[in-house]
Design a protein around this ligand. Sequence first.
Ligand SMILES: Nc1ncnc2c1ncn2[C@@H]1O[C@H](COP(=O)(O)OP(=O)(O)OP(=O)(O)O)[C@@H](O)[C@H]1O
Length: 321
Amino acid sequence: MINAVDLHKVYQLKGREVVALRGVSLHVPQGEIYGVVGPSGAGKSTLLRCINLLERPDRGEIWVDGRNLTALPPPQLRAARRGIGMIHQHFALLSSRTVAGNVAFPLEIAGVPRAERRRRVAELLELVGLADKAAAYPAQLSGGQKQRVGIARALAPRPTVLLSDEATSALDPATTASILDLLRDLNRELGLTILLITHEMDVVKRICDAVAIMDRGSVVETGRTVDLLRTPGSLLARSLFAPPPVSGDGVVTLTWVDQAEEPLISQLTRLFDVDVSILGGALEEVAGHAVGRLTVRITGERSAEALTYLTDRNVLVEEVP
Ligand SMILES: Nc1ncnc2c1ncn2[C@@H]1O[C@H](COP(=O)(O)OP(=O)(O)OP(=O)(O)O)[C@@H](O)[C@H]1O
């Protein structure tokens, strides 16, 4: 659905070159929620702006819905952009317009007739749970409600893709959760493909089917969220779960997905007569999967056998040096 191919972008800043993207490629399949994470300055915003061509990459191609946006002449590009909605950290609402007026705005620009506009706005406000706020002004809304208006406005032209630029970064945790749940519902109900950039790992944890981790202009890790958690040395796993507070002989990190019901640790002690000390870790729901990551110290003559037993049961065993 979205294919970014080998994007390069360099900015000139006070006579100096700042490389924002150094050959970034990513593929977001139709109907996925795809998160791009990374530290400040990694190039996330630049990537997002390049994907809807608010900014032109110096090199590389952007394909959305089977069309090469980078090759389209301006009129066709404007039309193609209507298929890409965008929501922002600070909502970008028009303060002089009501909620309904804000949602209607892109429809007015597209020349949608008045009666149809009214119908569509009512439908959108219903969709985002703001049917009773049509006549309110942005200043009368909470942050979460403002973002709901932003989402309704972005969806007005019936885009197939929604880009989210830190859409929950200005919201408290409970409101963040409700906006992420709304995005997940829209993704499921409308088949909407969502590409979001965020610095909040909780966003990834809650809704991202797949992830790209960026650092200094490059993608350094990418894949489906649960697959990455099962990959040795995964940066994502280290970011989602606090690194172990200890290391040393016999200390290992165990990661498992969707096996919460299996009494793995008690089996170990019973079958192999080993001692298992739990040193840290957590059980979390990640992208709809139950993920466990524990750092343990296993001691006893048969500890190597115990670790093989875990590996055979699909548990990722990583030594903590
Ligand atoms: N318009 C610009 N002019 C000059 N340099 C820029 C411009 N936009 C971004 N940069 C630089 O490009 C690099 C990548 O910036 P970008 O904003 O894409 O990163 P980011 O991962 O989104 O960071 P943040 O989370 O802080 O927004 C940074 O070094 C930044 O200073």
